[in-house]
Design a protein. Structure first.
Length: 313
């Protein structure tokens, strides 16, 4: 049974479960806006609960991340939180922690072995089935509102080794191929920009050079959406004539929305995921029961409600 955490309850939960003293945290990379908010959420919750956290940067290197996990175990940490570099390479980390009897929690990126996690292990994130679905349904609505019966779009995917990129892209296809979109949406091209603003800007520049007419861009995250926007603005495209969607509701994305450049994003509570992951790790270290999958809900963000999210990340 899936359990939805209420963010307001995190502080109280941490206050009652923070008996483990040291938690090792391995982040896929530090150089990422969303993951920085997540990392800060872990640190803030740890500080509030009197827990020591050792946070390390795996620098997007699978081998380096596995070494970090092994080093955490060797140093005697009470629990480990992992934001995986490659979600298909998590089995070795689970095996190492299980063999040592150390609690381990994956955060944000779903491990390949999520349905067979050992005892004392869990996964905390937002359910990706909702992310791309909310984004694409709003894109459909905006096209309908503009009077379009057919639209051509580009799709930007995240790192293909990440379950989130695979699922969000599947969400896009499910919505535009389903009965609820109400507009015939054609995907002109679909490529990965690896969650990167710079890569997305270069990709969009290349697409623009073809001269193909298009109506929108649906990106797996805000960084890529912003990169696409930068390329379009450099090409003097009127942003009011295209629909651009992303996911995460980062501060940069919210600013882009307020500027009229981004039309839709989906709030993924990075700080809430970080707090929830630390809470789950502390509970598991204490021997308490934790659901294998703990969900923090996604929320649709549009220009109509953007002001509500300005202080959330």
């Amino acid at each position: 049974m899936k359990k939805t955490l209420l963010i307001a309850g995190f502080a109280a939960l941490l206050g009652t479960t923070a008996t483990a003293e040291t938690v090792g945290v391995s982040m896929a990379k530090f150089d990422d806006n969303f993951l920085t908010v997540l990392r800060n959420g872990i640190q803030k919750s740890a500080d509030a609960g009197g827990v020591t956290v050792q946070i390390e940067d795996a620098q997007n290197d699978v081998a380096k991340q596995l070494d970090q996990i092994k080093n955490f175990i060797a140093s005697g940490v009470d629990a480990i939180v992992v934001n995986p570099v490659d979600t298909s390479a998590t089995q070795a980390m689970s095996d190492a922690a299980a063999a040592a009897g150390v609690a381990l929690v994956y955060v944000n990126r779903q491990p390949v072995n999520v349905d067979s996690l050992p005892d004392k292990q869990a996964f905390v994130a937002s359910n990706e089935v909702d992310s791309g679905t909310l984004e694409t349904k709003e894109v459909c609505r905006l096209f309908k509102e503009a009077g379009k019966t057919e639209a051509n779009v580009y799709v930007m995917m995240g790192e293909l080794s990440n379950q989130a990129a695979v699922q969000r892209t599947a969400d896009i296809h499910d919505v535009i191929g389903g009965p609820d979109c109400g507009v015939k949406i054609n995907i002109i091209d679909e490529q990965t920009a690896n969650w990167s603003r710079d890569e997305a800007q270069n990709m969009m520049t290349n697409w623009l050079s073809t001269g193909t007419a298009f109506d929108g861009v649906i990106a797996n995250n805000d960084e890529m959406a912003i990169g696409a926007v930068q390329a379009m603005k450099a090409a003097n495209i009127d942003m009011a004539t295209v629909v651009v969607g992303g996911v995460d509701a980062t501060q940069d994305a919210l600013a882009a929305m307020q500027a009229g450049d981004l039309d839709v994003t989906v709030f993924q509570n990075a700080a809430g995921q970080g707090a929830g992951a630390l809470d789950a790790a502390l509970k598991l270290a204490k021997g308490e029961a934790v659901e294998k999958k703990v969900w923090v809900p996604f929320e649709l963000v549009t220009p109509a409600n953007v002001a509500e999210y300005l202080s959330k990340n």
